[in-house]
Design a protein around this ligand. Structure first.
Ligand code: PEP
Ligand code: MN
Length: 477
């Protein structure tokens, strides 16, 4: 629309004025429709750092409030629509990445490897089960960790626990473990760099489906799962060649939609990145597309749920084995009172031994409630234990068993097993036991690199994708 002379000047003035107003209120930490940080603090949020210098925290927050958004509200809405298809049983969601990202881990190689394994997994799922896969990384913001204990003891020395690079350092020294709010700026910068490269990879040719073989080139082709993938890649190439011969040159094969997600844990950071979108006039937390609340901070009247309820982003909630049908109904009414499709995802993390009894009553309660929910299986967090040689690990067989239990429960109740949420890395680390390489406790020492929970390596991730694809194919039938 072109406006003439005075009208244009007037409209521009109004815009300027509107922007100035918004800027002023945001800078004071007030976002219309969102509880203020003081209101959230009054709810005694759990798992927050004890920042030693409140003035320094305020300074960092006012800087963060002026910085550009990391993601855009329209992209968040696009993801909501895609998760809506998951809730309707028309798509599958794949969400994966590190337990805890680290600042040192922001390298091109690391980001590329993570993206590659997610692309390989989604191709396996999409091709074998003929279902669209919604791709979401635990990436570009996953820097804060809830801890089961506030401190950690090693060799008789007790220090505050590591809470993620957003808060303090992993190194076991008193200095490193002091919470430092300057790290929140570090999170913003690390997330911006990660998103920048991710956007380049996913739209600039790397994610082109014609690269389906190339993603596998440096992979151990002699491994059974590597070979299985090669075969599938060849079938896809033939299908693409066939479509080309038919005259189809669809751009849809050239790029992928990829979204960023993380646990919204540190309220100062998340609040400072919350903005009113000028188009919809609704508040969005622009630190990531999808935000979830963890098992330890999902209390109904808790600060985290209160904060997330005020946002327009698509939301996730981790659901553990003690969850009751009453709680889950109340949570839906709080987080998605309007029943928007794709607004709410439940990420179940029951443990392999519990999922078959704990999940069906929740599925029934949600089905009877009638609100749309995307159900996603996190087969990692209910299956963590320590080996006799002192490593926190997970057994691949337990991971697979929980996924099977998830599909069994949905089959029993007649609901859609909507997705998979995994902690993984694109590298050949040795953090989880079992899988095709049959890793045992003694192997863990060779490449145990995680800053927090043990991740599936590239072999194990791809193996899991093949197993899930088989169950998904029968769920579709
Ligand atoms: C996590 O996803 O890393 C995590 C801490 O999960 P949960 O809240 O389910 O324990
Ligand atoms: Mn974890």
């Amino acid at each position: 629309m072109i406006l003439a002379g005075e009208t244009a000047a007037h409209a521009f003035g109004a815009l300027e004025y509107g922007w100035a107003m918004q800027f002023a209120t945001l800078n004071a930490g007030v976002v219309p429709g969102v509880p203020t940080l003081d209101e959230l603090r009054a709810l005694k949020p759990l798992q927050q750092p004890e920042w030693p210098d409140p003035v320094a925290v305020e300074q960092v927050m006012s800087q963060l409030r002026t910085l550009p958004p990391l993601v855009f509200a329209g992209e968040c809405d696009d993801l909501t629509a895609k998760v809506g298809a998951v809730a309707r049983g028309e798509a599958f969601l794949l969400q994966g990445g590190d337990c805890a990202e680290t600042f040192d881990g922001v390298t091109a190689e690391n980001i590329r490897a993570k993206l590659r394994v997610l692309l390989q997994m989604s191709v396996v799922l999409q091709y074998a089960a003929s279902v669209p896969v919604v791709k979401v990384g635990r990436i570009a913001g996953q820097y804060a960790k809830p801890r089961s204990s506030g401190d950690e003891t090693r060799g008789g020395v007790t220090l505050p626990s590591y809470r993620g690079d957003a808060v303090n350092g992993l190194e076991f020294t008193p200095e490193a473990r002091i919470p430092d709010p300057q790290r929140l700026r570090g999170v913003y910068n690390a997330a911006a760099a990660t998103l920048n490269l991710t956007r380049a990879f996913t739209t600039g040719g790397y994610a082109d489906l014609h690269q389906v073989h190339a993603w596998n080139t440096d992979f151990v082709r002699s491994s059974p799962v590597g070979q299985r993938y090669e075969q599938l890649a060849s079938e896809i190439e033939r299908a693409l060649a066939f479509m080309r011969a038919c005259g189809s040159t669809s751009d849809e094969f050239r790029t992928v939609d990829f979204y960023a997600s993380h646990e919204a844990l540190i309220l100062e950071y998340e609040h400072a990145l919350t903005r009113i979108d000028s188009r919809t006039e609704q508040p969005y937390d622009v630190s990531g597309h999808l935000l979830w609340v963890g098992e330890r901070t999902r209390q109904l009247d808790g600060a985290h749920v209160e904060f997330l309820a005020s946002l327009s982003n698509p939301l996730g909630v981790k659901i553990g084995p003690t969850t009751t049908p009453e709680y889950i109904r109340a949570l839906i009414d709080k987080l998605n009172p309007k029943g928007i499709e794709g607004r709410l995802t439940f990420i179940t993390r029951m443990g392999a031994g519990k999922i078959r009894t704990a999940l069906p009553p929740l599925l029934e309660a949600v089905r009877d409630h009638g609100s749309p929910i995307a159900w996603v299986c996190d087969p990692m967090h209910g299956n963590t234990y320590e080996t006799p040689n002192g490593y926190k690990t997970r057994n691949f067989d337990d991971v697979v068993d929980e996924v099977e239990g998830f599909f069994d429960a949905h089959e029993q109740v007649g609901t859609w097993p909507g997705g998979l949420h995994v902690e993984l890395t694109g590298d050949d680390v040795t953090e989880c036991l079992g899988g095709g390489e049959a890793l045992v406790a003694e192997d863990l020492v060779s490449r145990y690199e995680t800053a927090c929970d043990p991740r599936l390596n590239r072999h194990q991730s791809l193996e899991l994708a093949f197993l899930v694809a088989e169950r998904l194919r029968s769920a579709r039938a």
